[in-house]
Design a protein around this ligand. Structure first.
Ligand code: HEC
Length: 472
């Protein structure tokens, strides 16, 4: 057995494992409550996405003609492909949920206070990275919703002051949507952002190892400075009752929570399977917007605003929230960390969390903001439309007009109600809008994407309903 012992020592020495284990595993940390495992859960979920994503790159094709088919191939033909894609999708969703939980906990316990500001900033970087991942991943499915999503994003970039136009060219890879666009989204999803995320995750964990997480003693009383915090933390981690060894105690506790969380995407994958695909994207048709469920609250929020304000709010809100989070360590400067001593911040965090749940629910149930509806706008009772106008009513759905416009109060309110009481447009004016909407509006131009007959039909439908509803 001497040889085994010698070999063990040799490996530990030559691979530098002694130092590593000493500084990572065999250290004492402040004892932490069970919910501390939310970070570990995030780590596990992201790891799952790296592995499942890597497998999908074996088949995925970045050519716009074949991207959609390759995703279908993964889903229907490749053995275990549905499982890989399903796990990737559901892990992404639960990652967003855990991100919200993690953020919520850090605000409740002032995880951004000294000396942990760096951990907080790097964490915010990770959050942005994960949002980029979720958006670019959505586009890679390359179904009709993907193209709509790109248009929404380009619209957002276009509004960025000074460099808007250049940004659009950069993201699009040229003056219009093309195969370059898809390649760009792919590279950003598979190479650029993951590289950044790996670096940031490493840095985040390094800072967590260095400064720990908000401990019991810090929560109880005032902490006056970074030095004071370090004293308190040191005291707690060495204490018999308040401290514990990271390995195996903390690791096991947080690991169990991570595994428990992981059961959720696993179960969803097995029961529901991967996200269903829409029909294949073609770069010229406009489809319905359908955000992923984890952004439903955001659409719900946007829909509460009047149409003219929504596009501005759409960009300003995330920017404002991010700025607020970056400034949080400056705004919340009191000596206390526990939520009981910081009622304002704790209440704000609770309200924000509750609003997310409330808005998601609203979005899922209300007709004005429901998942894309395939119901054409109603016709007033007892009225019979001519065949052409009736076709126009159906086309209203096909071209996605109903994803933005209500007709006489029925439907969504992103754009103006086309049979609203203050509206009375001539057929020419209506056609003008459809072909060349004003540059500042979020309405896509249908020029070259609608046959002349369809244009006439849609126009006559809008025109006729306007008259009908006004007459009533
Ligand atoms: C992405 C959302 C969106 C889609 C899809 C959309 N529109 Fe619009 N539309 C708007 C917005 C926003 C305006 C307001 C433009 C402005 O004046 O700034 C508008 C304006 C209009 C107007 C002028 C209304 C008025 O009273 O001022 C008409 C007519 C119109 N759209 C018809 C259509 C038709 C027909 C379709 C489908 C072929 C369609 N739109 C698809 C967002 C959309």
């Amino acid at each position: 057995m001497k040889i085994v012992e010698t070999a063990r020592k040799w490996v530990i020495d030559r691979m530098g494992l002694g130092r590593l284990a000493e500084s990572l595993l065999y250290r004492r940390v402040a004892k932490s409550p069970w919910y501390q495992g939310d970070g570990t859960a995030l780590l596990l979920l992201v790891g799952v996405q790296v592995v499942t994503g890597a497998f999908m790159t074996l088949i995925y094709s970045t050519s716009p003609d074949r991207a959609f088919q390759s995703v279908e191939y993964i889903t229907r033909i490749q053995p275990m492909g549905w499982f890989i894609r399903g796990l990737h999708y559901w892990s992404a969703g639960i990652t967003m949920v855990m991100l919200a939980v993690h953020l919520f906990r850090q605000i409740m316990l002032a995880g951004y206070k000294s000396p942990r500001e760096g951990t907080w900033f790097v964490g915010l970087g990770l959050m942005v990275g994960l949002v980029v991942m979720s958006f670019t991943g959505y586009v890679l499915r390359w179904d009709e919703r993907a193209v709509y999503a790109i248009r929404v994003a380009l619209n957002m970039f276009y509004r960025v002051p000074w460099i808007g136009e250049e940004l659009v060219l950069l993201v699009q890879g040229g003056p219009s949507l093309s195969s370059h666009t898809l390649s760009r989204f792919y590279s950003v999803h598979v190479v650029f952002t993951p590289m950044l995320l790996v670096a940031l995750v490493g840095y985040h964990l390094y800072l967590v190892v260095l400064y720990g997480t908000t401990s019991m003693l810090e929560r109880q009383g005032p902490v006056h400075s970074a030095e004071h915090q370090k004293e308190l933390y040191g005291e707690q981690k060495e204490s018999e009752q308040l401290g514990e060894p990271f390995f195996p105690k903390t690791m096991a506790d947080t690991g169990i929570m991570a595994l428990a969380v992981f059961l959720v995407p696993l179960a969803f994958t097995l029961v529901i399977g991967p996200r269903e695909l829409g029909t294949q994207a073609n770069l010229t048709s406009v489809a319905f917007p359908a955000e992923e469920w984890w952004y439903a609250w955001y659409s719900g929020l946007i829909a509460l605003f009047p149409g003219w304000l929504a596009p501005i709010f759409f960009v300003a809100f995330p920017a404002g929230i991010l700025l607020l989070l970056v400034l949080l360590p400056l705004l919340d400067r009191g000596p206390y960390r526990g939520y009981k001593h910081r009622p304002v911040f704790a209440t704000a965090a609770l309200l924000a969390f509750a609003s997310i749940l409330f808005l998601s629910d609203l979005r899922a149930r209300s007709p004005w903001t429901a998942w894309p509806s395939n119901d054409p706008p109603p016709v007033p009772h007892g009225i019979k439309l001519t065949a052409e106008v009736e076709k126009g009513r159906q086309l209203f759905v096909k071209y996605g007009c109903n994803s933005c416009h209500a007709v006489a109060g029925f439907g969504r309110k992103v754009g103006p109600d086309l049979a609203g009481h203050d509206r009375s447009l001539s057929a020419d004016e209506i056609q003008g809008f459809i072909l060349r909407p004003p540059a500042h509006s979020s309405m896509p131009s249908y020029e070259g994407r609608m046959s002349k007959e369809d244009l006439e039909r849609v126009t006559s439908f809008v025109h006729v309903t306007q008259a009908l509803f006004h007459a009533k």
